[in-house]
Design a protein around this ligand. Structure first.
Ligand SMILES: *[C@@H]1O[C@H](CO)[C@@H](O)[C@H](O)[C@H]1NC(C)=O
Ligand SMILES: *[C@@H]1O[C@H](CO)[C@@H](O)[C@H](O)[C@H]1NC(C)=O
Ligand SMILES: *[C@@H]1O[C@H](CO)[C@@H](O)[C@H](O)[C@H]1NC(C)=O
Ligand SMILES: *[C@@H]1O[C@H](CO)[C@@H](O)[C@H](O)[C@H]1NC(C)=O
Length: 378
């Protein structure tokens, strides 16, 4: 009995070693495969896109009509904020007037331009995009506070539309318009919610790599492919047949956080000037604009979905974004920038340890809507 037991244990150990070996082989192979996979996915969705051309054609309106969606006046602006020559990333955070604390937390953690410049040697510009508070009485009071805040930090851009969920597309137009007017040369544009955590060091390293390859047509994030409009009236995302009569949205990345390259930013901006922007789901509207210019989003497995990332050092190592944070920015940021955390997955054993930990977290334990199981093998 005892011998048998030991044999089983030995056998299991051998199996475990075999499995680890296999996983590392898969991982190496996957890395070389990765580029091919992305281009594959691209051509696949490009076919799908072509078949959806009628949607953007149907939503095309005259330039005068289209301009009505984006001709809101600037209440706060910083035209000079981006004049510096070599800007890698313009990061526009969608905020709301009352979210002072979130903005504050972002400035002192992942949105800290000075930290990025000092530690990573690149120029990033971070601005918060806002409308005005929908309630007139609160608006007056908050506006005063906003002006004070902006006096100190000089990083708000605000137009005179009501800052509501159903005006998010207008906020997107503000972002595209600002990039086009004042920051055309920035090589990438990221649009992000103010309740996500962005692992900026990881993202910067990735964008630098991508930039070296002279990338064009670049749009990355978590991808929703062929998602149908939600017709349940009580849903936040409800869209009427009148607003969007078709049964499928073009591919898009959730508005929580995505990155586009300079060329895509300027061409989607041009496209937005010809479209009926009354569909208020901003990320879907982005998909429609991209459809016009023939660009489709590509999946990056470490851009999160609706849930927050599992709390584990092997995840922090690779994460790009994690959704649904407010209170724990500082904690996450400390972990994200801790050199010891970055060491954890180095070397063969580190890699194996992290691969197993991630398989446990992403494939077995929590089928959370953050990162897909395949992220465990990257
Ligand atoms: C990826 O594509 C290149 C050329 O398109 C090819 O040479 C290479 O073998 C491919 N790699 C894999 C792993 O399929
Ligand atoms: C757009 O689609 C709607 C509904 O399918 C249709 O009634 C309308 O005529 C279309 N408009 C254009 C310009 O194609
Ligand atoms: C969007 O903003 C405009 C301009 O302030 C306003 O007229 C409109 O009512 C807002 N829409 C919603 C749904 O809040
Ligand atoms: C834009 O679409 C909405 C329906 O969502 C429609 O009511 C409106 O008339 C359209 N605007 C123009 C200028 O065609």
């Amino acid at each position: 009995m005892f011998v048998c037991f030991r044999r089983i244990r030995k056998c299991q150990l051998r199996q475990l070693i075999m499995m680890c070996f296999l996983l590392s082989v898969i991982k190496v192979y996957w890395e070389s495969l990765d580029n091919n996979v992305t281009s594959h996915v691209k051509s696949y969705s490009f076919r799908l896109l072509n078949s959806l051309d009628f949607i953007s054609a149907n939503l095309t309106i005259s330039q005068e009509e289209a301009r009505k969606f984006s001709n809101h006046r600037y209440l706060i602006n910083h035209e000079q904020k981006c004049v510096e020559e070599d800007v890698l990333l313009l990061l526009l955070v969608k905020s709301s007037p009352e979210n002072f604390e979130r903005r504050h937390a972002i400035r002192s953690t992942w949105g800290n331009e000075v930290y990025i410049k000092k530690n990573l040697g690149v120029t990033v510009r971070v601005l918060f995009a806002l409308g005005v508070h929908p309630q007139p009485t609160a608006r007056k009071r908050l506006q005063q506070k906003l002006l004070q805040e902006d006096e100190i930090y000089q990083d708000l851009i605000q137009q005179d539309f009501l800052d509501t969920f159903h005006n998010l597309t207008i906020k997107l137009l503000l972002q595209l318009g600002w990039k086009n007017a004042y920051c055309k040369h920035a090589r990438f544009l990221m649009s992000a919610d103010d309740d996500i955590f962005v692992h900026l060091p990881n993202l910067i390293r990735y964008l630098q790599e991508v930039d070296h390859s002279g990338v064009k047509d670049f749009w990355i994030g978590k991808v929703h492919r062929g998602a149908p409009p939600i017709r349940k009236k009580d849903s936040k995302y409800y869209v009427s047949h009148e607003m969007y009569p078709w049964s499928l949205y073009p591919d898009y990345t959730p508005g929580a956080g995505y990155v586009i390259s300079r060329d895509v930013a300027s061409r989607t901006y041009q496209a937005s000037l010809t479209l009926n922007a009354s569909i208020y789901i901003d990320d879907v509207f982005m998909g429609i604009c991209a459809n016009v210019i023939g660009v489709s989003p590509q999946e990056h497995v470490f851009f999160s979905g609706e849930d927050r990332a599992p709390n584990h050092i092997c995840i922090y190592n690779q994460m790009m974004t994690s959704h649904g944070h407010v209170k724990d920015f500082h904690e996450l940021w400390k972990l994200a920038t801790d050199p010891a955390v970055q060491q954890v997955s180095s070397g063969l054993f580190g890699k194996l340890y992290c691969t197993i930990a991630k398989i446990r977290l992403l494939c077995l334990l929590h089928p959370v809507k953050t990162y897909p199981c395949k992220a465990a093998f990257l």
